[in-house]
Ligand binder design. Structure first.
Ligand code: S3P
Length: 171
């Protein structure tokens, strides 16, 4: 069985995935890292996902993510943390559904904006509060419709979020 974590940038997907793996003894794969590796193999350039998005734009980035997801179709006993934009594409959504149980790590837009003050915003959206809120309002219903369960991750530590996910998926 695989578990797929989706949610807005800065919702805690990667740290929660690592905590979940510690708890259930599964392997952690982070889709952003797979995208970076595949891009490097193709071009020889070692760039971050944000830089890759800047280089190849929206269509190229979506195609690369889709390719990366397809390369993971055989994986087992893995927690996959996705990029915030991954579920916005219909083909990516189909891949995610076939990979495993989908968990939406939900944080309100206020908490997201506070965290983004430290980490910055992805290049896929503007950086004003209005632009972030607009993107959040577009994505939130899509994440919610895709997920098997939604876990409110505003106040949990990664370990608490992992315990909650484990409890909900086991019941
Ligand atoms: C994005 C989030 C990033 C990364 C890319 C686009 C987004 O992943 O995939 O920069 O538009 O939300 P994280 O959610 O892991 O930051």
């Amino acid at each position: 069985m695989n578990i797929v974590l989706i949610g807005f940038a800065s919702s805690g997907k990667s740290v929660t995935a690592a905590a979940l793996c510690g708890r259930v003894g599964m392997r952690h794969v982070d889709l952003d890292r797979v995208v970076e590796e595949r891009y490097e193999r193709r071009t020889g350039a070692r760039l971050s996902v944000r830089q890759i998005f800047g280089e190849i734009g929206s269509g190229g980035f979506t195609a690369l993510e889709n390719d990366a997801l397809k390369s993971l179709s055989e994986m087992r006993d893995t927690v996959l943390s996705t990029g915030g934009r991954t579920p916005m594409d219909a083909a990516n959504r189909e891949c995610l559904k076939s990979i495993g149980r989908i968990v939406y790590l939900r944080c309100g837009v206020g908490v997201i904006m506070e965290r983004m003050k430290q980490k910055g915003t992805p290049l896929t959206m503007g950086s004003t509060p209005e632009e972030i809120k607009k993107e959040f309002d577009k994505r939130d219903p899509i994440y919610a419709a895709l997920a098997d369960i939604a876990v409110d991750n505003e106040y949990f530590t990664p370990d608490e979020a992992a315990a909650e996910i484990f409890r909900r998926l086991s019941s």
